[in-house]
Design a protein around this ligand. Structure first.
Ligand code: G3H
Ligand code: 13P
Ligand code: ZN
Length: 316
């Protein structure tokens, strides 16, 4: 049984110059695809559930699936994280449900209110050996339950290095998501994106040995967007964070990299392909099965990008 919080994996990721992949789960096939890849590559793992995922699948189902994953993979350190908790009540619910990590995303509030909201969650979580991720600055993009700033304004909402030490000291959070030019979803940028590596480095210098988190890290690989469009989809102008930039961030103080969209694209491309090539197919196993394989391949690839393949044992 290797259900853990993120402390040890972040310590090793910082030392080793890699990042742990945090992948969102919404159903059984996505979760199976992820764990099959991680088990083959022997990587540490963070599985995360958003408020939207909880509403879609119900926490009892998701927790039952995750429990099986943990039981069947004792050699893989697995942390389970609430992604973008919006208030104390949501975070409390996930702590009470046995999650080992929760994110309180109060980044849209003024600084002092963000500190206050984070501290309240920290006090509840730490008493139960659960770690807390908080966020400074604001990302772009819009997801079902996560609304960010307008694409053109991403640069105006980056994390401020002058605020980080005070924020971490006052709130007591265990890791900090820093807005550094990324954005959620498949339509992140209108032109070639440039991450604010200077900000990541500066925050890393101000908080030596402290783990940072990068959200909105999907790369929206051309190959998968092209497949979706080829097989009847319509995703013009989709664009993500170049993988070289993700690898570079992972070598700095970024210890956790959140990826959801790239898995969604892989699954969607494969299912569209099956339907297009076999219009008479109606057995869900015949499209969800290949979709699960596509998730597995994508996650295997991401573990190489993040540099965390082969690192499971040292994080236990
Ligand atoms: O950052 C957001 C994640 O991709 C989760 O998205 O709220 O649609 O589940 P969701
Ligand atoms: P992407 O939309 O880039 O995959 O980001 C996911 C994320 O940040 C989840 O918190
Ligand atoms: Zn996010």
């Amino acid at each position: 049984m290797a259900l853990v919080n993120t402390k040890k994996m972040f310590e090793m990721a910082l030392k080793g110059g890699y990042a742990v992949g945090a992948f969102n789960v919404n159903n059984m096939e996505i979760t199976q695809g992820i764990i099959e890849a991680v088990a083959e590559e022997k990587a540490p793992l963070i599985l995360q559930v958003s408020k939207g995922a909880r509403a879609y699948a119900k926490i009892s189902y998701l927790k039952a699936i995750i429990n099986v994953v943990v039981e069947e993979n004792p050699d893989i350190p697995i942390a389970i994280n609430l992604d973008h908790g919006d208030n104390f009540e949501t975070c409390k619910q996930f702590v009470d449900d046995g999650f080992t990590s929760v994110m309180i995303d109060a980044s849209k509030l003024p600084f002092e209110e963000n500190v206050k909201a984070t501290k309240e969650v920290v006090e509840y979580a730490h008493a139960r050996d659960v770690v807390v991720e908080a966020e400074l600055g604001q990302l772009g993009g819009i997801e079902e339950d996560v609304v960010g700033v307008d694409q053109d304004d991403i640069g105006k909402h980056l994390a401020d290095p002058d605020q980080v030490v005070e924020f971490v000291e006052k709130s007591g959070c265990d890791s900090l998501a820093v807005a550094c030019g990324t954005s959620h979803g498949a339509y992140k940028f209108k032109k070639e994106p440039k991450l604010a590596f200077d900000i990541i480095e500066e925050i890393g210098n101000r908080l030596p040995g402290y783990p940072l988190v990068m959200h909105g890290s999907s790369s929206v690989l051309r190959e998968f967007v092209d497949l979706i469009n080829k097989y009847g989809g319509d995703m013009p102008n989709a664009m993500g964070v170049p993988e070289e930039s993700v690898s570079k961030a992972a070598k700095l103080a970024i210890c956790k990299v959140n990826i959801d969209t790239d898995l969604r694209l892989a699954l969607t491309a494969k299912i569209r392909q099956v339907f297009s090539e076999k219009p008479g197919e109606f057995d869900p196993r015949k499209y969800l099965g290949p979709g699960r394989e596509a998730i597995k391949d994508m996650v295997k690839h991401k573990l190489q990008v993040l540099g965390c393949a082969g690192k499971a044992a040292e994080c236990l």
